[in-house]
Ligand binder design. Sequence first.
Ligand SMILES: *[C@@H]1O[C@H](CO)[C@@H](O)[C@H](O)[C@H]1NC(C)=O
Ligand SMILES: *[C@@H]1O[C@H](CO)[C@@H](O)[C@H](O)[C@H]1NC(C)=O
Ligand SMILES: *[C@@H]1O[C@H](CO)[C@@H](O)[C@H](O)[C@H]1NC(C)=O
Ligand SMILES: *[C@@H]1O[C@H](CO)[C@@H](O)[C@H](O)[C@H]1NC(C)=O
Ligand SMILES: *[C@@H]1O[C@H](CO)[C@@H](O)[C@H](O)[C@H]1NC(C)=O
Ligand SMILES: *[C@@H]1O[C@H](CO)[C@@H](O)[C@H](O)[C@H]1NC(C)=O
Length: 578
Amino acid sequence: MGKKGKKEMETSKETFDPLPVETKAPATVVLLLNSQEEDVLVKACEAIYTFAEKGNENKVSLFEVGALEPLCKIISHSNNLVRRNAIMALGSMSTNGEVKNALKKLDVIPSLIEKLSNEEDVVVHEFSTLCLASLSVDYVSMAQIFESNGLPPVIQLLSSSDPDVQKNSLEIIFNLVQDYKSRQAVHEFGGMVPLLELLKSDFPVIQQLVLKVLQNLTMDLETRNTFRQEQGFEKLLEILSNQDFSDLHSDVLLIVANCLCNSETIHSLAEDGGLAKVMDFILLPSVPEIHSNAIKCISRSAQSCELLHEHGVEKVLVELLSVENVDVNISTCHAVAAMSLHQASKDTFRDLGGVAKLVESMSSESLHLKEAASAALSNLTHDKNNSMTVFEVGGHTLLIKQLSCSCPKTVANSASTLCNMAEQVKIRRGIWSHGVMEALVEPLKSTDSQILLNSLQCLALLACDSEARVEFQSAGGLPPLVDLLRSHHKDVLARACLAVVGIAIDEFPAVEMYKLGALELLEEINLSVNRRNKFSKLATTALLKSNLSVKYSLTGHLASTDIITHGFYDAGKETWPS
Ligand SMILES: *[C@@H]1O[C@H](CO)[C@@H](O)[C@H](O)[C@H]1NC(C)=O
Ligand SMILES: *[C@@H]1O[C@H](CO)[C@@H](O)[C@H](O)[C@H]1NC(C)=O
Ligand SMILES: *[C@@H]1O[C@H](CO)[C@@H](O)[C@H](O)[C@H]1NC(C)=O
Ligand SMILES: *[C@@H]1O[C@H](CO)[C@@H](O)[C@H](O)[C@H]1NC(C)=O
Ligand SMILES: *[C@@H]1O[C@H](CO)[C@@H](O)[C@H](O)[C@H]1NC(C)=O
Ligand SMILES: *[C@@H]1O[C@H](CO)[C@@H](O)[C@H](O)[C@H]1NC(C)=O
């Protein structure tokens, strides 16, 4: 480990003559583990430890000749020295995967936890925590450690004077806190204080482990509160302002991001100047990983307050959009999307050229970047001026292309952006002349409900223009649209009905929908209490209007607005089609 040489082991050399086990086969030494004599046990265990330390193959061969089961018993021997050498041997062997898997089945966890008590010496602590650290990677063992009340003594050992014990204990805790029950427990058993204390460790590996544990712990609200009460944030800021710790900055920022999840924390941070420090830090030029994690802080906090706007964060984000690193670009897009909940930020992004940069990203090779940029655009275009800007820089052509993208979220976001834009008549005309009606046909065949919802809404809006309706029909859009009348998704169905209403304005597409069985489907919908909706009746009326012959025979009358054309004939009274 890091900055320090291996701890002096108090071996038994001076008390006992070494057994010449080095020359013997492991099997012979393992046989000695059955001895009743304590001297023999001490030497046998020591020999096994030395042999195991030489490499993985040795660990496996010791396991194969049956060293594991006797060692598991001897670790609870009444003689201190026997116990100590046995746990060293077992601990060393447990770092091998194959040995660990066998050890899992031997129910050794309770006796390992016993070894963590204050009465045992530091070497016993080191190797029993090593053993538990190996085992705790496994989900079942992890649960067993928790249920055998392993956490309190492990938390105690965080304050051990020995860095190896500290490191092993941190590893156990890191493995355990993947489960929320343990996250709660670490904080209930007073783990926060010793954890924060270890941030000052001289060993980078220990500091890194603490940060990883804190990343998991601060996902819970209650634990975050304790973290705050114990001045956790101040300690993180100290690390951020220390260039000697730049290797830790990226991990620190992930914890900061977790802490910025609740508005309460943000406000108290803003008051004591902590937030300004974080923002200053984000502004510093740095490596991409740090940037990405810093941007996560912005995304997290953007939801809860406008303080970031006051700190001029938009300018930073727009600059970061031009960084030649795709991960930075992606996290910046997320932050922009989150920030754009505030009207003031929406305007600022546009004024600083951010909207145009996002449009540029839509022609990236990276699917993830396109997804993130389209999400940001879909949020930003809830504003008319932003919609106009997207249109002016030609964003609509790129968005229309994305309707056939392989990433479902990008398709849904693009449809939603186009929909926002299409609310303005001037833009609607512009969009329509770029083949959007044809491009909308594929998404209507999707099984993704968000894609369906957004493209149906887009369709309903664009169908206001008669040329658009004609184009939709010639592009083969009617069969998938009618098919959606079979949907059991309430909102999809309602929007499909609405789109039918819009398109049935013209007789030609209305008759085609009728021939595709739309009327029967609408009748089915009308008969189902769950599927009926306010647009299904409108859709029926709209369709009937297109074929007056049918309407007349079904309802027995025509309205004064129904114009009889040459195709009309009296087919006689009929019942509803079934
Ligand atoms: C805990 O944090 C690590 C990063 O340190 C992360 O990879 C892991 O997913 C987190 N665990 C949970 C349960 O969120
Ligand atoms: C990030 O986005 C900017 C502007 O949109 C672009 O110029 C740059 O090439 C992108 N970087 C990558 C790696 O895609
Ligand atoms: C976009 O805005 C909506 C609210 O209008 C919000 O719920 C959502 O989180 C925002 N998207 C992102 C990616 O932040
Ligand atoms: C938005 O656009 C309108 C019309 O072009 C303009 O009058 C208005 O000032 C703009 N709003 C902002 C906040 O820029
Ligand atoms: C809908 O169903 C009801 C019976 O549930 C019926 O009275 C009504 O005429 C139907 N209307 C349409 C437009 O299908
Ligand atoms: C109207 O419906 C009738 C009965 O289904 C059908 O024979 C006729 O062709 C339809 N009219 C038009 C114009 O499609």
